[in-house]
Design a protein around this ligand. Structure first.
Ligand code: F3S
Length: 757
């Protein structure tokens, strides 16, 4: 194909506003008596919406932040865009992008798969594209690449703050950006200029010394760290790397480490600005960003003497390749012990499929090192023994490895290059293996929950660096150690791999790739004349109607739909799995409302009594029946209601089906805020034991809502089926701003009112 080099980009919307950020940081530093700060703190605090008003305390204060940018993938962008449409704003408050990557399957190869997914998902892609045009959002077409790789190549910038509606958003930490994975509701906040809330994170410092040996890669560092920290070890923390070892790593290698920080539950991961970041920015057409970053290098590293909540020391020179899994990313085994590990567990030794690439590991360096292994083996006449699939992270990577020959090496070895999309990483993979058949696969991806890749719970999925995955594909055995074991070439002669080699950046620069995937302008102009296309007959997309404002009166005749016992996560409130296809259709997805909740009155899951006809039915059926009769309803919930995720559907659905308030022993904070944003009043019992006094079918009225103010008490008058009444004290946590959301019916109604005014 034609030579089409990456050109210098317009960086006006990409370069972080360093002057403003350093000014903000000075204000915060004064408040904090000039104590030295970690890099994570510097970047986060410099994005405070009101830096003069906040005293940030790590692990305690809730910060109101103003992110620089938003990125959304095609699955989660649907509800985010549908909601943004309600704001009445002509364009997004911050530069935003949409990436079509998750909805593309891996069946027959790149071109066919992209074409087929465009047919299968036409209405979704058309909707996203028309919304993007209308509001000036960059739209990356199906097949253009995976969100995190595209962000790294185009938008990530040192010291910036980005929200992304995908858990591996922290990938951009490889370019020194604080990039946080969130739900669609948070993305809407940033796009509608509603301050975005985050609890001031604690900071784990990872001190890197030494430099990686020839067989080890950045992936191995994070695979080892996952073993040390476990899947929960990073929760509530930002992982911040420092130490002289940092300067030995490539920018894309650091991105891999930040990407998989999500696997230990970290809020995000972050590296200080390095020369490899400068080179990467320059080679991807962003010299203006690197020049600005060079001038602000002081801001882009931790202060001397900064305090970390915990420090982990890693000597890169001692890192050996690791293989993690199966079924959990924190089950970490050094390559040298992997053979024994397989034998001890009595697992089959056969490796059926080997997959490299994905958002985690498809840099030029990854592809070159993997190709160096494939070339050694093919040159020696060793045949590949397992299926071998390559997922480039972007069209830029694909076109560059096509030009530089790595793609040909993979194909000569019998490998297949798939679309620049998520494909097998997100379960969009048509395999020949039968469901239920035990088999092992090795991937260079980041996640390996059961069934994740192919929907088969018996597929043992292991994670490794792409060069290790590639070498092992030639053995077709899990017990093969490419560092020490040999294979037989076509003449029966012993063949042993030399360590992988490869450049971190292409000597001839990056190729931009095919015109079909031409990147959108970094600063697209909004076009108010665009009609957003939603087919009224669609079962996957539905325009949202704004929720009704509250009339300011007390709530009367609120029926208790269900009293929930024990754990009720956002998954119990709005289940995932097969329901994901309805993410853009509130009415259809609402059919799953609370189906995972256990009824405290009968001990059954998803079974309640409809008091209007005394029949038992599922929770969504009874909720719909109440809605059709204009009966408002509530949920009585146990502790930590709504824990788990930022899934905004959990709040949207209960509101849609007719619940103006939820009463619990306690709320998970993010869900509590999400309820408020949708105009649902969250109340908690003043006395925890009052939970025992209410049951399904009781009728509730409020006292105190007329004078609702921050900290004001609310009384619940409960009428039992026998007519007896009791009074229960409740409290709320609404701030003055949040009260406005409840009054207007939702946060977006409030924005719309302000836009109109
Ligand atoms: Fe896509 Fe898998 Fe990454 S689903 S965004 S390639 S983790």
């Amino acid at each position: 194909s034609q030579h089409n080099p990456v050109v210098e980009k317009d960086c006006s919307s990409i370069t972080p506003p360093y002057a403003k950020l350093t000014k903000n940081l000075d204000l915060v530093k004064r408040i904090l008596d000039n104590r030295p700060l970690t890099l994570a703190e510097k970047v986060v605090y410099s994005h405070l919406t009101n830096p003069e008003e906040t005293i940030p305390v790590r692990g305690e204060t809730y910060l109101k932040l103003s992110p620089d940018r938003v990125a959304m993938q095609d699955a989660s962008a649907q509800m985010a865009l549908l909601q943004f449409m309600l704001s009445g704003m002509p364009t997004t408050a911050v530069p935003s992008s949409i990436h079509c990557d998750h909805l593309i399957a891996a069946n027959e190869g790149a071109d066919k798969d992209v074409a087929e997914s465009i047919i299968a998902n036409k209405e979704i892609f058309d909707f996203l594209e028309s919304g993007a045009k209308k509001y000036g959002v960059a739209f990356w077409k199906p097949g253009s690449g995976i969100i995190h790789q595209i962000v790294l190549e185009n938008y990530a910038a040192p010291g910036g703050l980005m929200l992304g509606t995908d858990s591996h958003t922290p990938n951009a930490g490889g370019l020194g950006m604080v990039a946080i994975g969130v739900g669609g509701a948070d993305a809407v906040d940033a796009m509608a200029a509603i301050p975005w809330e985050l609890k001031a994170p604690n900071v784990i410092g990872v001190k890197l010394t030494g430099s990686l040996g020839p067989w080890a890669s950045p992936k191995d560092v994070i695979l080892k760290m996952a073993g040390l920290l476990t899947v929960r070890g990073g929760t509530g923390h930002i992982i911040e790397y420092f130490g002289e070892g940092v300067d030995t790593l490539s920018c894309t290698g650091m991105a891999t480490m930040c990407n998989m920080g999500a696997e230990v539950g970290a809020t995000t991961s972050l590296f200080p600005y390095t020369t490899s970041m400068r080179s990467y920015l320059n080679s991807t057409g962003r010299r203006a960003v690197s020049t600005a970053a060079d001038a602000n290098s002081q801001f882009l590293r931790a202060d001397a003497g900064a305090h970390y909540d915990k420090i982990i020391e890693i000597n890169l020179s001692e890192i050996e390749p690791h293989i993690n899994g199966p079924f959990t990313p924190d089950l970490s085994t050094p390559l040298s012990k992997f053979k024994d590990f397989i034998a001890e567990n009595g697992w089959k030794d056969d490796l059926t499929s080997s997959l490299i690439g994905s958002c985690t590991n498809s840099s030029y360096q990854d592809m070159s090192r993997a190709a160096s292994m494939a070339k050694q083996a093919t040159d020696a006449g060793v045949d590949i023994k397992s299926q071998f699939l390559v997922t480039p992270g972007s069209e830029q990577i694909r076109a560059t490895i096509e030009r530089d020959g790595q793609q040909l090496v993979f194909e000569n070895a019998g490998g297949q290059v798939l679309a620049n999309a998520c494909g097998p990483c997100i379960g969009q993979w048509k395999r020949t293996e039968k469901k239920g058949e035990e088999n092992a696969i090795l991937t260079s991806f980041n996640r390996n929950f059961r069934s994740r890749n192919d929907g088969n719970s018996q597929t043992m999925n292991f994670l490794a660096a792409p060069e290790i995955v590639t070498a092992m594909a030639f053995a077709g055995k899990l017990s093969f150690n490419p560092m020490t074991d040999s294979l037989k070439d076509k003449n029966g002669k012993e063949f042993r791999f030399n360590p992988p080699t490869g450049d971190d950046l292409p000597h001839q620069g990056f190729e931009a790739g095919r015109a079909t995937y031409e990147p959108p302008s970094p600063t697209p102009t909004p076009d108010a004349s665009v009609q957003i296309s939603i087919d009224p007959k669609s079962n996957r997309l539905q325009a949202l109607d704004p929720f009704q404002p509250w009339n300011g009166e007390e709530f009367k005749d609120i029926r208790v739909l269900v009293k929930v016992k024990g754990k009720c996560t956002t998954d119990h409130i709005s289940a995932a799995g097969p329901w994901l296809k309805f993410k853009g259709h509130l009415q259809n997805i609402a059919e799953n409302t609370l189906i995972g909740a256990q009824n405290a009155d009968n001990g059954k899951v998803n079974l309640v009594t409809d008091v209007t006809n005394n029949k038992e039915d599922t929770i969504p059926e009874v909720a719909k029946s109440y809605k059709s009769q204009d009966i408002e309803w509530t949920v009585i919930a146990d502790h930590n209601y709504g824990e788990g995720s930022a899934r905004e559907h959990a709040a949207l659905q209960v509101r849609y089906l007719g619940s103006p308030l939820i009463i619990s022993r306690s709320f998970a904070r993010i869900h509590e805020t999400n309820l408020k944003k949708q105009g649902v009043l969250p109340l908690t019992f003043k006395n925890d034991s009052d939970y025992e006094k209410i049951n399904g079918g009781d009728v509730i009225e409020t006292q105190g809502l007329k004078n609702l103010a921050p900290g004001s008490p609310v009384k619940l008058i409960v009428t039992k089926p026998d007519g007896s009444k009791l009074s229960i004290d409740a409290v709320h946590t609404l701030s003055e701003d949040q009260l406005q959301w409840i009054r207007e019916g939702s946060a977006l109604n409030l924005i719309k009112k302000n836009v109109a005014a």
